[in-house]
Design a protein around this ligand. Structure first.
Ligand code: NAD
Length: 476
């Protein structure tokens, strides 16, 4: 049984939760100890107690700790990538890539610990100097979703620690394995006891203990819109700093002048890789009239040919859906799409494989209207919708007609349209001739409208959330 990590000690939980392989539900990876709210409260107290020491640790100490974690993640990418694929259902290359990304994130923020921004400027008044510095916030509670079991924990934990905060981290209950492995590495990184704490368990059971405690200075959340709103309400009630990364309904615009093969590849990757379970997945493909039929025919052919199977089989291109309830949700939306009058060109069915798992064929709907539920609500599965647009202006309007605003893509050879789209797409990230999903680790990540709230994550912009600014006036 893998235990919680609280105040520098491994702590038993109130019950054992099995971690089930979605490619083979007879394969129980391990059991993980679920924490209760009393344990979450203990973790907060431990983080509070560690804050004086960690907030005053030298940049060198912080660099060394984060650099060690990054080095170990990179060295163990094959082993931990296998664990990731086994617990979440991403393919092995995707799992290994995600662990490497987490390693580089720790390396990046090790460097940021040495480069905490600040400035000294002359005062407008004679004889005064003004110094602007950044200080840590205190204790940060973090709540993560299941679809990036190690990258999202890394991009929250690394900047928090780099800037001198202490952490209470709660992974998603479906994927505790990678978070536990990361906690185990952190337990050997030379942090003061309590600077990092892992509490595994259900959001409904320990969420309030994390969100309502006045000793928690800030909350960083990634997950669904409905949970995000609850998190924000709880944080606002006591004026805690809060950051939310939530869902998407990301458009990929394909114009008549696009390179057809490239556009199809961009759509296939963006819509179906990682089983479509990405907040940045291309779930609405908006296609102009001149290329529509040729594009749809080729995309359907490519979609049908995708190999769905065990996440760790080298032949697999699309792994299983994460669990039974997500699979049911995907099926529900297939039925909704049909009842709304969209044409299901291919996929949308449960698949049987040698082992019993949550296999589902990638689904392509055409003839969709942007006001259909399948075009407005996040499905979070391998389901793409194609919407016909009259021309570029119509396509841009359709792309922006959504409650979300995370990522938006365009496939075109027109410099003018690409430039116009970059400026006018209402999204936090814009992709030109590349999939809407798939981002670098050293630049800001996040969206607008219903997708995100608060400062950006990742890159140098992470300092906005994980530090507070102090302005000092000094007389000579
Ligand atoms: P979810 O909202 O169900 O759960 C997210 C986390 O919140 C989990 O750890 C869960 O235990 C916790 N939680 C649940 N109820 C809670 C409560 N009452 N109080 C506190 N915590 C609570 O989301 P999910 O199904 O794990 O993840 C899928 C969602 O995440 C999708 O909507 C996806 O778009 C989104 N996501 C967004 C990004 C992004 O950066 N924008 C990245 C990945 C995933």
């Amino acid at each position: 049984m893998r235990r919680n990590y609280i105040g520098g000690e491994w702590v038993e939980g109130v019950r054992a939760t099995p971690n089930v392989n979605p490619s083979d539900i007879s394969d129980i990876i391990d059991h993980y100890a679920a924490a209760d709210s009393a344990m979450a409260t203990r973790a907060i107290a431990a983080a509070r107690a560690a804050f004086p020491a960690w907030s005053l640790a030298t940049p060198q100490q912080r660099f060394d700790a984060l650099d060690m974690v990054g080095t170990e993640l990179l060295a163990r990418r094959a082993e931990l990538g296998d664990l990731l694929a086994r617990e979440e259902g991403k393919t092995l290359p995707e799992g290994i890539g995600e662990v490497a990304r987490a390693g580089y994130i720790f390396k990046f923020f090790a460097g940021e610990a040495l480069r905490v921004p600040g400035e000294v400027v002359p005062s407008v008044r004679p004889g005064l100097t003004v110094e602007v510095t950044r200080e840590p916030l205190g204790v940060v509670a973090m709540i993560a979703p299941w679809n990036f079991p190690i990258a999202i924990p890394a991009w929250k934990i690394a900047p928090a620690l780099a800037f001198g905060n202490c952490v209470v981290f709660k992974p998603a209950e479906l994927v505790p394995g990678c978070s536990w492995a990361l906690a185990e590495i952190l337990s050997r990184a030379g942090l003061p006891a309590g600077a990092f704490n892992l509490v595994m368990g259900k959001g409904a059971e320990i969420g309030s203990a994390l969100l309502d405690d006045p000793r928690v200075d800030a909350v960083s959340f990634t997950g669904s819109v409905s949970t995000g709103k609850r998190v924000a309400e709880a944080a606002m009630k006591r004026l805690a700093k809060v950051q939310l990364e939530m869902g998407g309904k990301n458009p990929l615009v394909v114009l008549d002048d696009a390179n057809l093969e490239q556009a199809v590849e961009v759509a296939v990757q963006g819509s179906f890789y990682s089983t479509g379970q990405r907040c940045t997945a291309s779930s609405r493909i908006v296609v102009t009239a001149g290329i529509h039929d040729a594009f749809v025919a080729r995309l359907a052919e490519r979609t049908r040919a995708l190999v769905v199977g065990d996440a760790r089989d080298p032949k697999t291109q699309v792994g299983p859906v994460v669990d039974a309830s997500q699979l049911e949700q995907d099926e529900r939306y297939i039925a909704i799409g049909k009842s709304e009058g969209a044409t299901l060109v291919t996929g949308g069915e449960r698949l049987a494989r040698d082992k019993d798992g949550f296999y589902f064929s990638p689904a392509l709907f055409t003839g969709c209207a942007n006001d259909m539920r399948i075009c407005r609500e996040e499905i979070f599965g391998p389901v793409a919708t194609v919407i016909l647009a009259k021309d570029y202006d119509d396509a841009l309007a359709l792309a922006n007609d959504t409650a979300f605003g995370l990522s938006a893509g365009i496939c075109t050879t027109s410099l003018r349209h690409a430039a116009h789209f970059r400026r006018h797409a209402q999204a936090g990230m814009v992709m030109v001739n590349v999939p809407t999903a798939g981002v670098d680790y050293h630049v800001p990540f996040g969206g607008r409208k219903g997708s995100s709230y608060g400062p950006r994550e990742q890159g140098r912009y992470a300092a906005e959330f994980y530090t507070t600014v102090k302005t000092a006036y000094i007389a000579a």
